[in-house]
Design a protein around this ligand. Structure first.
Ligand code: ADP
Ligand code: GLC
Length: 499
């Protein structure tokens, strides 16, 4: 089967968060299972393509004010996957992917509409897939355009669409005038399609027009159908509940394993944990921390700094946490408020919290290896990858029981010796503090702590199982759309409404 991924980031070409890890790894698992996979991405300034070759010289993307002309280059084929990059320097040759700490780029709608339309046009030259698998609002216009502007195009007659929600908190909201500018029909501006409280909502468009909707953990697939987590789109999702599935993200152990990691000071394994002590020393040196006692546990944080991640709770409890024998090391960048919050906490408690405001992959790996615990107190978390990486590094996760964090971490029970981490449910500082204290208490019994570490290290979250689940979804989509031109009768709830 030929599947084309359409996404706004992908390791190793571009990354701001876990989406890039997923789009980097899932295609490889699919290709290994014998499928043909293409990946379409924007060509950003950060996208390094030493062997770039132009494969589509000029694509005309009509906007209401004027035409834009872009091209498509290939970065070659890696592990059997073809990578294609939409090249339009006025939109993508910029310092960042989506905006600066001060806010989003004002022309994000135009940028990602051009990207989506260019992908559809390019696929006619490079090979129309059986399924377009799109991710998050930046590629949400692919299913919308396929069922509107391209509805009568014979090239796309049998093409199916799968849309994966990695984060409901980012929807792509723009003023109504964007529709005519992008040459999209006004009839999309209704409550049953893309209208959302007076604005145009790209994500909503994908939820309405895609054949199948997935999200990145089972728990999150349920949460987003509630008012608390649905960000206003819970009703749209409930309408399509029969086509919404949660498939847990896998992780790429070629990149994230303490036995092979090229960024860490020493390798280690469940059988021989001694290298972890070397990694801990190396980590503390990298952060310039000289602890009063080298046996104190280190609590690591690696994160986008965003409201989603729950760091306001750390600020609430830091004065009390600072009384404990421990050190927090945090790496992150993003919203100004959290960057400043962490800097302030470091000034206030220089012996207890060290911070790097940066995006730094090598340091992220060092934190996974050198910490004893990993903290993710997220307000919501669709899947979360760092807690899964942490398990493999014997770095015990302390998490809030939400979304993928709840699905991947089992509570530690010292009596039975079962479990992989510590979880709390109520979103407040008291619950977080209590849970961290439980973890610190458990750390004092090093022999049972090592059982806990090894429980996590033995877990397998590689992509194999989840990739198979995606293939099952692609197969269902092909059935709906008609394999070999013979259209199957869609199940009633799968009829693409508003076609
Ligand atoms: P999200 O996608 O919401 O940011 P995930 O846990 O799914 O959260 O994935 C985050 C990914 O981004 C991980 O691979 C993590 O190591 C990486 N990451 C996040 N912030 C940074 C940072 N400041 N420096 C380096 N890597 C980071
Ligand atoms: C998102 C989510 C994160 C998830 C990642 C990859 O950015 O916030 O929880 O792991 O996408 O699916």
């Amino acid at each position: 089967m030929h599947i084309a991924f359409v996404a706004s980031e992908c390791v190793p070409f571009s990354k701001t968060g876990g989406l890039a890890d997923v789009v980097g790894a899932l295609p490889r698992a699919l290709a290994a299972a014998g499928h043909q996979v293409s990946v379409y991405l924007p060509r950003y300034r950060m996208t390094k393509l030493p062997d770039a070759q132009t494969v589509v010289r000029s694509i005309t993307v009509p906007f209401d004010d004027r035409y834009r002309f872009c091209s498509v280059v290939t970065g070659g084929s890696h592990s059997g996957i073809k990578f294609y990059f939409v090249d339009y320097p006025p939109y993508f040759d910029r310092d960042a992917l989506y905006g600066t700490p001060a806010g989003d780029y004002p022309d994000n709608a135009e940028r990602f509409a051009l990207f989506s339309r260019a992908v559809l046009e390019a696929s006619k030259v490079l090979g129309v897939p059986q399924v377009f698998h799109c991710h998050d609002w930046q590629s949400a216009l692919v299913p919308v355009m396929l069922r509107t502007l391209y509805a009568e195009d014979p090239a796309f007659r049998d093409v199916g669409t799968v849309f994966t929600i990695h984060n409901m908190g980012y929807q792509g909201l723009f003023p109504p005038e964007i529709l005519p500018l992008l040459m999209l029909p006004w009839d999309l501006f209704t409550i049953s399609k893309m209208e959302f409280f007076g604005q145009v909502n790209f994500l909503k468009g994908a939820l309405v027009f895609s054949d199948f909707i997935t999200t990145v953990s089972r728990k999150y697939s349920q949460e987003i159908q509630t008012t608390e987590y649905g960000f206003g789109l819970e009703g749209v999702l409930r309408n399509r509940a029969a086509t919404v599935t949660g498939i847990l993200n896998g992780v790429d152990y070629d990149e994230w394993s303490p036995q092979t990691d090229k960024f860490i000071a020493a390798h280690y394994s469940p059988e021989d944990l001694s290298g972890k002590t070397v990694c801990k020393r190396d980590l503390l040196a990298a952060f310039g921390v000289d602890p009063a006692d080298p046996t104190w546990p280190v609590i690591g944080i690696v994160s986008r700094f965003a409201a989603q991640k729950g760091f306001d709770l750390i600020s609430q409890i830091m004065d009390r946490l600072a009384r404990e024998d421990m050190i927090v090391v945090a790496l992150g960048a993003g919203d100004k408020v959290y960057e400043e919050m962490f800097r302030r906490l470091h000034k206030q408690f220089p012996q207890k919290i060290a911070v790097k405001v940066a995006y730094d992959n090598a340091i992220a790996h060092k934190i996974e290896a050198g910490s004893d615990m990993f903290l993710m107190p997220s307000r919501y978390e669709p899947c979360g990858l760092n807690q899964i990486y942490s398990l493999k590094y014997g770095t015990v996760p302390v998490v809030r029981a939400t979304g993928g964090l709840d699905d991947t971490i089992e509570p530690w029970d010292a009596r039975t010796g079962r479990g992989t981490g510590f979880k709390f449910t109520e979103y407040n500082g008291e619950s977080l503090l209590l849970t961290i204290k439980q973890a610190l208490q458990a750390f004092r019994d090093q022999s049972s702590w090592q059982t806990l570490m090894r429980n996590g290290m033995s877990k397998d979250f590689s992509w194999n199982a989840s990739a198979k689940e995606y293939v099952r979804i692609y197969d269902r989509v092909r059935q709906i759309r008609g394999v070999n031109g013979s259209h199957a009768q869609p199940e009633p709830e799968l009829v693409v409404r508003a076609r």
